[in-house]
Each structure stands twice: as structure tokens, then as C-alpha cells.
Design a protein around this ligand. Structure first.
Ligand SMILES: Cc1cc2nc3c(=O)[nH]c(=O)nc-3n(C[C@H](O)[C@H](O)[C@H](O)COP(=O)(O)OP(=O)(O)OC[C@H]3O[C@@H](n4cnc5c(N)ncnc54)[C@H](O)[C@@H]3O)c2cc1C
Length: 382
């Protein structure tokens, strides 16, 4: 049964589903095998509104509500994990800081460029070679004012979309004394002198989503490229990650749903001991667990998204939603392979790719351990 979506959300779901079924799903294996990003999907996704999900219409965005954002991400994850990750890194990480905290000048200059689908995308660099979970204590990339420019030096790691981006929103330390007000976000155009985007990492899954190390050597950008006030970078990062976690959770649900559909289809066709394997209770119980867990995860993501739409606090709910949905997706994809038997282990079948793609979801935008930390802190604080 479907969650009680309103008419607009139901229509949106159908539009995105049809788009993904036509443009992403048939190419999912190819982008994984070739590690080639699906540019055609970007070109076609712009007019559908999938590249400006959190951006007001005046800058060319579709500015959908948080539940509609989750709907879009689930459909994208159902179709192709790689392209889904690139789209969420663009929307939730690359565009959201500019749209939510950037100056009018930055919004006007950059947002229409990246939402159209005609150009490259946006990206966000928080993680560094030496730190991911501990951004407050660990970020060493430094920005110093020099006249009317920022001069940036340092290195970032695991930057989704860097090689296919117009700009990288970069988390930098602007106050060497440290502390919660020592970080800031700065928009760095990818054609900046001194910026090196290294070749894409060789990854276990999501191989059609390019991830890069990036180095900054005396990169100069105008002072106006600072996003929001100086020293707000940590606060901005936490807000962006709360929202991004809903997207990652929704992609995980899409991956799980895709794997479950294939497992059911296979279970009905495959015969053993004179009957279809779907008639064995052991297989039925796996399918029942998949149905239950996917439904629970989706309902909780929608709850957290609803809170966001009501402008109420939702950090705890975002952490629970992301944690449950991503660990659930791993269980579902694991069982989908199990139901396929030996064929599940073959690259000829899609479920092994979904399993590899799902694995990242418990790591990116805050590991499962960090989600448990966020939840426990709130519970223990009473
Ligand atoms: C494919 C991919 C795409 C990514 N895309 C981006 C991107 O676009 N932008 C970006 O900025 N980053 C990106 N990342 C980075 C990702 O967000 C980090 O890998 C993640 O936050 C974990 O950081 P880390 O790898 O430094 O691990 P660490 O922080 O070093 O953690 C290592 C282990 O220690 C655990 N740990 C750490 N601290 C604690 C604690 N306090 N309590 C308990 N356990 C703890 C962690 O949970 C983990 O198990 C991406 C990563 C991957 C693999």
C-alpha cells in the first residue's frame, strides 16, 4: 500500500518513475561496467526538474517538498545507484548550500547554470584524506584572506562529482584557532588555477559515479564566493547533512526495492525439487522480511521529510531514517542474491551490482556509527 501522498506527489512519482525507467534503468549495468557517467541522463533530467530539486523557481529549480525529494531519490536508486548518487551529490550537497546560505549574487550566477542539464553539475567537498567523521577537529584545508580574494590550500578526498562539476563548495578552516566557528564554506569554480581534480577512484560499487581526490594549491577566488557569514561552515554542514541523509536513505530504499522485484521474479521462475522456489517457506519468509523492511524504511523517511517540510527539528529522525534504510538495503540485497543462488553472484544478473551499490550508503554522509552517535546523544540528553 502506498503512503498517503497528495495528488501532486503522486503525479511527480509517476513522472520520475517513467523517466528513470526509460533513461537510467536500461543503462545501469553499462555505466557500472564501463565506469562511464551517464551524461545523457543529465541532459534529459534538467527539463524534468531533477537537477534543481531544492532550488527556487526563480533560479530555474523545481523546488519540490522534502517528501517529493525522497520520492525522486527512491526512483533514481531503483533505476541506477550510480546516477542516483551523482544526482543527490549535485542536489543535496552541491546546490543546497548555495541555495540555502549563498548570497543573491552567487545564486544568480551559479544555480541557473547547474540546474539546466546543459552544463556540468555541483559538488561539495567536506571529507579530507585525514578526516571524514570528525570535520570540526580534522579539517586542515585552509583559506586565508589576501586583498579581495581568498587563498585556499589543502586537500579533499572522496569528492563525488568533482570531475563533472562546474564548482566545488569547499569546507575550509578560516580560523586557525579551531572551534565550532572556525570553518566556512567557499564556492570554488573547477576551472580555478591551482585546483587539481585527480583521476576517479576505483570503487567497489557506484562505479558510474565519479569520485575524486582534489588538491588546492594557492587557489584564489573572490571574497564574495564565501557562502553565508564566515565561521558558519560547521553549522551549515550539519544542516546540509540532515537533509542529505534523507536522500541517501531514499536511494537505499530504491536499491532494495529494485533487488526485491528481481528476487520475486526469479523465485517465481526458478524450479527446485519439482516446484517453484517461491513455494518454499524459507524463500517466502525472506520476501516477507523485504516487504516489511522496505515499507518501514519508506514510512520513516517520509515522516522525517514531513517534519522537514513543517520546518520542525528532524536531525534525530534523519539519523534514524538513514541508519535504518541503509542497513535494511544491505540485508535486502544480500537476500536477493541468496534467492538467486549461484546466478546472484554473476555480473549477468543485476542484484550483485545493487548489493555493491548499497554498501556505500552506510558510509557516505555520516557512517552508521555516526548516526547511532547522533541518536544516542539526543536520547541521553532527554
Ligand atoms: C563513494 C563515496 C562518495 C563520497 N562522496 C563524498 C562527497 O561528495 N563529499 C564529501 O565530503 N565526502 C564524500 N565521501 C566521504 C564520506 O562522507 C566519508 O567517507 C564518511 O563520512 C566517513 O569518513 P572517513 O572515510 O574519513 O572515515 P572515518 O571518519 O575515519 O571513520 C572510520 C571508521 O571509524 C568510525 N568512527 C569515526 N568516528 C567515530 C566515533 N566518534 N564513534 C564511533 N565510530 C567512529 C566510523 O564510523 C568508521 O567506521 C564519499 C565517500 C565515498 C566512499
Amino acid at each position: 500500500m502506498d503512503f498517503d501522498l497528495n495528488e501532486e506527489q503522486k503525479t511527480w512519482k509517476k513522472i520520475v518513475h517513467d523517466f528513470v525507467e526509460k533513461e537510467l534503468r536500461p543503462k545501469a549495468r553499462e555505466v557500472d561496467e564501463t565506469e562511464e557517467f551517464n551524461w545523457e541522463a543529465v541532459r534529459k533530467a534538467g527539463p524534468v526538474g531533477l537537477l534543481g530539486l531544492n532550488i527556487p523557481e526563480e533560479y530555474g529549480g523545481s523546488n519540490v517538498d522534502a517528501i517529493s525529494n525522497a520520492i525522486a531519490m527512491e526512483e533514481l536508486g531503483w533505476g541506477c545507484g550510480s546516477t542516483a548518487l551523482a544526482f543527490t551529490a549535485h542536489n543535496s550537497l552541491g546546490c543546497a548550500p548555495v541555495s540555502q546560505f549563498g548570497s543573491e549574487e552567487l545564486k544568480k550566477k551559479w544555480l541557473p547554470v547547474v540546474v539546466s542539464g546543459k552544463n556540468k553539475l555541483g559538488s561539495l567537498a567536506l571529507t579530507e584524506p585525514g578526516t571524514g567523521s570528525d570535520l570540526q577537529g580534522g579539517v586542515t584545508t585552509r583559506a586565508v584572506k589576501d586583498g579581495d580574494e581568498w587563498v585556499i590550500n589543502g586537500a579533499k578526498m572522496w569528492n563525488t562529482n568533482a570531475g563533472i562539476a562546474e564548482y566545488i563548495v569547499t569546507l575550509v578552516r578560516t580560523d586557525p584557532q579551531g572551534g565550532s566557528k572556525s570553518l566556512s564554506m567557499i564556492l570554488v569554480p573547477t576551472d580555478s588555477k591551482g585546483l587539481t581534480i585527480h583521476p576517479a577512484e576505483k570503487k567497489m560499487g557506484l562505479r558510474g559515479s565519479p569520485t575524486h581526490a582534489v588538491t588546492y594549491e594557492d587557489v584564489r577566488v573572490p571574497l564574495g564566493n564565501l557562502i553565508g557569514p564566515e565561521g558558519r561552515g560547521l553549522h551549515q554542514t550539519l544542516a546540509i547533512l540532515d537533509s542529505g541523509r534523507l536522500s541517501i536513505g531514499a536511494i537505499a530504499i530504491g536499491l532494495a526495492r529494485g533487488a526485491m522485484e528481481l528476487a520475486i521474479q526469479y523465485a517465481k521462475e526458478r524450479k527446485a525439487f519439482g516446484q517453484s522456489i517461491s513455494e518454499f517457506q524459507a524463500i517466502q519468509f525472506k520476501i516477507a522480511n523485504m516487504e516489511m523492511e522496505i515499507d518501514l524504511a519508506r514510512t520513516y523517511i517520509y515522516k522525517a521529510a514531513w517534519l522537514k517540510d513543517q520546518k520542525r527539528p528532524y536531525s534525530r529522525e534523519a539519523a534514524i531514517a538513514k541508519l535504518y534504510a541503509t542497513e535494511m538495503a544491505e540485508r535486502v540485497c544480500y537476500d536477493a542474491i541468496q534467492i538467486h543462488g549461484g546466478y546472484g553472484y554473476s555480473r549477468e544478473y543485476h542484484v550483485e551490482r545493487m548489493y555493491r551499490d548499497a554498501r556505500l550508503m552506510t558510509i557516505g554522509e555520516g557512517t552508521s556509527e555516526i548516526q547511532r552517535l547522533v541518536i544516542a546523544r539526543q536520547v541521553l540528553a532527554g
